[in-house]
Design a binder for this molecule. Structure first.
Ligand SMILES: [Fe+2]
Length: 452
């Protein structure tokens, strides 16, 4: 984008809104003022612009605050625009995200800035899910500087993409993961400037003060009313490590949620991939991946593998919205006794794959957990972090399930324990259940299932 002028697609700015702004158009590479503040914009002028094929109008850089607010209202439409290139969409999204992130740091208490961050995170999810090359475009745009604003935006983009490849599909959950990324370092605004601005390494005492930024972030989220568990986990666990050596709480593997583990890996990646004040060059992707492999006890290696695929853009698996994940099972099994012909039609349409044995787990204080009677459920989607299945009865959110997956080469079954995170009534009296595994599985396991 030109440094003096900010580009805006005309079709997403209604006349009534545009009538309040001064803007330029471009002819033969030159910018000319089309409407100044002291001249009224008529509807006929607006329509004429559209009629002669003007797609973009321009705002002076001096009006960048107004421009970014307008752009944010247009972004939800822009990311879905089939006529606009992914590169242009990514440009608009990245520059808006930076503007909002900078505002958030300048005025962290502003409710409006929280709402703007939330909307930006949603648009980022939409763009990454809907435009195949958008992630590569966004990654190319990431500025590798040390500023908190750019760090948070880069983290947000990568978080959403890694989370999606780990198997998280729900757009609302992905949006909250993005929001957590945008807000994770808002606590930095509470630290003394001499800590934030210090060049070179912090001494031990300064480091202890620095670590408090996560505590401040947590308090701040409470203060501004961000209680969503996913967003809070991402924001408060981004410096934790599986072996308890992270901060501020020193959580261990089983105390960290899946989204917290993703945040920890992504935050470290973005930090190492950043030009620091005291370093000449940032680490290469391979150096960072090697670092992760050398610290297996600190970082979830399944997430690291997925991060590597994402940042090296190796991933070519583009799934349809109904499933079709990387780790699908290939066999189709019908069970006439359990499912009606109507549900078989549904089964076929959604390309379901596998009938597996599932048992509920009940826990009573002071007693061993008990397994319920086994039921046969259709599992139609699976990833390293969870599975989607159909069952004939409603299951409570938060209830625990044990799914028996076949182990290849023997008659044994591998039990995977997870928690119900979604239960929606479907056609034919079935319920679609989303299960989040307690422990992420490796990709080889799902590859093996294909052979079964
Ligand atoms: Fe941080």
């Amino acid at each position: 984008m030109d440094s003096e002028y900010l580009t805006m697609p005309l079709k997403y700015i209604p006349f009534e809104t545009l009538a309040n702004y001064e803007f330029y158009i471009q002819t033969d590479g030159q910018y000319s003022l089309y409407r100044s503040h002291d001249v009224e914009l008529k509807i006929s002028d607006y329509n004429r612009l559209k009629k002669i094929g003007v797609k973009y109008i321009y705002f002076s850089i001096a009006c960048k605050e107004e421009y970014h607010r307008l752009m944010e209202t247009a972004l939800p439409f822009i990311v879905k625009d089939p006529d606009m290139s992914d590169e242009r969409k990514a440009e608009f999204l990245y520059s808006s995200s930076l503007a909002v992130s900078e505002n958030l740091i300048a005025t962290p208490d502003s409710e409006e800035n929280i709402k703007r961050s939330e909307n930006l995170a949603k648009s980022t999810v939409k763009l990454i899910l809907n435009c195949k090359s958008s992630f590569a475009m966004l990654m190319n745009m990431c500025c590798n500087d040390f500023y908190t604003a750019t760090h948070s935006v880069n983290v947000t983009i990568l978080l959403i993409s890694v989370a999606r490849h780990v198997g998280i599909r729900d757009e609302e959950v992905l949006g909250n993961i993005g929001l957590g990324g945008m807000l994770q370092d808002v606590g930095m605004t509470y630290l003394p400037p001499e800590i934030i601005e210090k060049r070179g390494n912090l001494n031990d005492e300064e480091m202890e003060i620095f670590k408090q930024h996560v505590v401040y972030t947590y308090k701040h989220l409470n203060k501004i009313g961000v209680y969503n568990a996913v967003a809070v986990d991402v924001a408060t666990m981004h410096h934790e490590c599986l072996d308890g050596s992270g901060y501020p709480r020193g959580l261990k593997n089983n105390q960290m949620s899946l989204t917290g583990k993703i945040a920890s890996v992504v935050n470290m990646y973005v930090s190492m991939n950043t030009v620091q004040l005291d370093r000449k060059e940032q680490s290469t992707i391979q150096e960072i991946i090697e670092y992760f492999h050398n610290h297996k006890r600190k970082y979830d290696q399944n997430i690291v593998d997925i991060l590597e695929e994402v940042v090296t853009l190796k991933d070519t698996h583009e799934e349809d919205s109904e499933g079709g994940d990387l780790y699908h099972y290939d066999h189709e099994i019908y069970d006439d006794r359990l499912f009606s012909s109507e549900s078989q039609r549904l089964y076929k349409r959604r390309n379901f794959r596998k009938m597996l044995e599932v048992r509920t787990i009940s826990r009573k204080p002071g007693q061993k957990p008990e397994l319920g009677h086994p039921g046969k459920y259709i599992v139609y989607d699976g990833s390293v972090s969870g599975a989607a299945l159909l069952c004939p009865t409603r299951l409570a959110i938060g209830s625990e399930l044990c799914i028996s997956f076949p182990v290849i080469g023997s008659s044994k079954f591998q039990n995977i324990i997870g928690k119900v995170v979604r239960c929606e009534r479907q056609e034919a009296g079935l319920f679609a259940i989303g299960v989040s595994f307690y422990v992420t599985q490796n990709k080889q396991f799902f590859e093996m299932l294909k052979q079964f």
